[in-house]
Structures are given as C-alpha cells and as structure tokens.
Design a protein around this ligand. Structure first.
Ligand SMILES: *[C@@H]1O[C@H](CO)[C@@H](O)[C@H](O)[C@H]1NC(C)=O
Ligand SMILES: *[C@@H]1O[C@H](CO)[C@@H](O)[C@H](O)[C@H]1NC(C)=O
Ligand SMILES: *[C@@H]1O[C@H](CO)[C@@H](O)[C@H](O)[C@H]1NC(C)=O
Ligand SMILES: *[C@@H]1O[C@H](CO)[C@@H](O)[C@H](O)[C@H]1NC(C)=O
Ligand SMILES: *[C@@H]1O[C@H](CO)[C@@H](O)[C@H](O)[C@H]1NC(C)=O
Length: 209
C-alpha cells in the first residue's frame, strides 16, 4: 500500500518536472523584442525617420495613435473597479506602434529608402514579436478590457473619427521606443540598473534616447 503511494508520488513529481520543462521551453518574448529594439535605435530612427524626410515634415494621425509615457502613467492610475493591467497597456502599445508604421508607409512612394530599407523590415519584426506575444498571452475570453482601453480601441477603429493631429514620423517611433522600454522592462533592465524607464522626464537621464 505504502509502496504504491510512493510510486504515485514519484509519478506526480515526474509530471511536475516535465511541466516546468515545457513551460521554460516556451519561446522567450525578449528575443524578438530585442531585435525590435535594435532596429529602433537612435541612429536608425534619425537616419530613416528624419533625415530621409523634408525638414519639419509631418503626417496626420489619430490622437490615439500618439502613445507616450505620460499616457501610460495616466492609464495606469489606480481604478479599483476596472484596473488597467500591464497586459492591456502592452497590447495597446503593440496596436498603436503598428498603426504608426502603417501611417508612415502610406505616405511613402514604393521605392522610398525608408520603406525599402527600414519600415518594411520593422513591420515584420513587429509581426514576429506579436506572434510570440499572442502565444504567451492567450486571449482570456472571461475578461473584458477596462472601459478606458475599450474607448481607445473604439476610436482607433472608427473610420469616421475626426480627431487628427500632425506629428513628425520620427516622433512616432521615438514614443514607440520609450514606451517599449517602460512596458517591457524585464527584457531590458540589467540587475544593477535602477533607472526607471517609465519615468516621464526621460530627458534627465540619457539612457532612453
Ligand atoms: C543601431 O543599429 C544599427 C543596425 O543594427 C547598427 O549598425 C548601429 O551600430 C546601431 N547604433 C547604435 C548607436 O547602437
Ligand atoms: C522647422 O521648425 C522649426 C521649429 O518649429 C522652425 O524654427 C524652423 O524654421 C522650421 N524649418 C523650416 C525649414 O521650415
Ligand atoms: C495620449 O494622450 C494624448 C493627450 O495628451 C491623447 O490625445 C491621446 O489620445 C492619448 N493616447 C492614447 C493611446 O490614449
Ligand atoms: C502601474 O501601477 C502599478 C501600481 O501602482 C505599478 O506597480 C506599475 O509599475 C505601474 N506600471 C507602469 C507600466 O507604469
Ligand atoms: C467611454 O466612452 C463613453 C461614450 O463615449 C463615455 O460615456 C465614457 O465616459 C467613456 N469612459 C471612459 C472611462 O473614458
């Protein structure tokens, strides 16, 4: 009797070990995200999003397509009834970033170097990341995102919406970069690094340019 219980326990332990191994074999979110970060580094953003455009060139985007650190702190402010989860913010970041890239692509001629040498590739890097992200964060059918977030998605998806704002192409990716460092801190901060990537006054530290 005791022996069979022992066997059962061993079997259970083996199963748990296997489960842990399987879980750690899931693709690491940080790998595709680091590739995105590399592509978004300052010299690339300057070259492809600023120098390749006429001086002071702007494009029209929806208000909600401007997503900055300030938006994150505002959205993250505590709301007992409908807390905004990190996941909601990450998904919003992913959506808005891809929309921003599309906005810029839409104004670029087929053979523009920013399209061919940069944005097409960046768009793919985002798709790769999105696939891994979706795999690791399967949709929770039970949970509806908070109303604040739903309202933003609604406006983003409303083709009749008239809230337009002029922005430079580079500013879209600058914001995308900074908010990425904040929302995916775990992928970017080193152990000895106490810098808060969500700090709105990022200019004070020079780390997140
Ligand atoms: C930015 O990325 C490009 C291409 O990956 C690389 O050649 C360049 O050295 C990087 N610049 C900085 C400042 O890291
Ligand atoms: C670009 O914008 C800056 C600041 O708004 C302004 O000082 C400058 O004259 C503009 N340059 C051109 C070429 O329009
Ligand atoms: C970010 O804040 C600005 C106002 O500061 C607002 O117009 C915009 O819609 C916000 N973006 C998002 C994604 O909520
Ligand atoms: C959101 O707020 C919580 C608690 O107030 C904090 O722990 C978390 O770091 C914040 N997240 C972001 C992305 O600012
Ligand atoms: C969301 O939008 C609805 C209708 O436009 C509005 O009544 C509501 O106050 C908004 N909710 C939040 C949390 O912004």
């Amino acid at each position: 009797m005791i022996q069979s219980e022992c066997l059962l326990l061993r079997g259970l332990l083996g199963f748990i070990c296997l489960l842990i191994m399987c879980m750690s074999a899931a693709p690491d979110l940080c790998v595709p995200l680091k590739t995105v970060r590399e592509s978004l580094n300052l010299s690339q953003r300057r070259r492809f999003m600023k120098m390749n455009f006429p001086i002071n060139y702007t494009i029209q985007v929806y208000y909600e397509e401007v997503f900055r650190l300030r938006n994150i702190s505002r959205l993250n402010m505590s709301n007992e009834e409908e807390p905004v989860l990190k996941r909601d913010l990450q998904e919003l970041w992913l959506l808005v970033s891809q929309r921003g890239i599309k906005r810029v692509l839409r104004v670029l001629p087929e053979r523009h170097p920013t399209r061919q040498k940069y944005l097409s590739n960046l768009e793919n890097l985002f798709r790769n990341f999105e696939a891994v992200y979706a795999q690791q964060n399967p949709t929770d059918e039970e949970r509806e995102p908070p109303e604040k977030i739903r309202n933003i998605s609604e406006r983003l998806n409303d083709p009749t919406y008239e809230g337009w704002k002029s922005v430079t192409p580079k500013s879209l990716l600058d914001n995308c970069y900074r908010t990425m460092l904040c929302l995916f801190k775990e992928c970017f901060s080193k152990e000895d690094d106490s810098y808060d990537y969500c700090e709105v006054n990022w200019r004070k530290g020079n780390k997140t340019t």
